[in-house]
Design a binder for this molecule. Structure first.
Ligand code: GAR
Length: 204
């Protein structure tokens, strides 16, 4: 068994509060089997890039505007060049093709801001998920971390946590509560679980 940490890449598109939770969890020792060595954004202006920079983590920007049809090939090259063993989608607003997910089978995980199978799949991302939950009138929502396959939000579930909805909640308030109470906890936890598994059983 290798003592070396699993090399993790985090893919982002926006604010990066989940990335921050991962960085904090590395510092506090919640994540000890893996190490974030690369942050990739598909948007040049993602604040997550600043968070990565402040933590001294290498960054890359790969956009569809620049790469066109080569977007996924470019992603794959950069992931391979950096020896990435686990890919974490943390607010990465791109749907990946079957060819991409097959290339990294059981090596991509995603955080989604609802209790899958509710409020998930194509079109359900960010605030829209919470708007849909409030429209439906659910009293409990939450977050899910799951493996990524070719079906949007369809891969095997790794961790889930429930969060209470309160009367008068707005999508923004609910989003913050789901992040604070669920996403920022279960994502680092899942990274540790899967990194540990890769380290002990499945290293290539
Ligand atoms: C998070 O709530 C994440 O669960 C969601 O986007 C937000 C990103 O926030 N992801 C999706 O909706 C994916 N379907 P962050 O950039 O602050 O981590």
């Amino acid at each position: 068994m290798s003592a070396k940490k699993v090399r993790v890449a985090v893919l982002v598109s926006g604010g990066g509060t989940n990335l921050q939770a991962i960085i904090d969890a590395q510092r506090s020792g919640v994540i000890k089997s893996g190490e974030v060595v690369l942050v990739i954004s598909n948007r040049q202006d993602a604040y997550a890039l600043k968070r990565a920079g402040s933590a001294g983590i290498k960054t890359a920007v790969i956009t569809k505007q620049d790469c066109g049809a080569n977007f996924e090939n470019r992603l794959i090259s950069v992931l391979r060049e950096n020896g990435i063993e686990l890919i974490v989608l943390a607010g990465f607003m791109v749907i990946l093709s079957k060819s991409f997910t097959d290339t990294f089978k059981n090596r991509i995980i995603n955080v989604h801001p609802s209790l899958i199978p509710s409020f998930c799949g194509e079109g359900f991302y960010g605030l829209r998920v919470h708007e849909a939950a409030l429209e439906k009138g659910v009293k409990v929502t939450g977050a899910t971390v799951h493996f990524v396959n070719e079906i949007p939000d369809g891969g095997e579930i790794i961790e889930q946590k429930a969060v209470r909805v309160y009367p008068g909640d707005t999508p923004e308030r609910l989003q913050k509560r789901v992040m604070r109470q669920a996403e920022w906890k279960i994502l680092p936890k899942a990274i540790e679980i899967i990194s540990e598994r890769i380290k002990t059983n499945e290293r290539l």
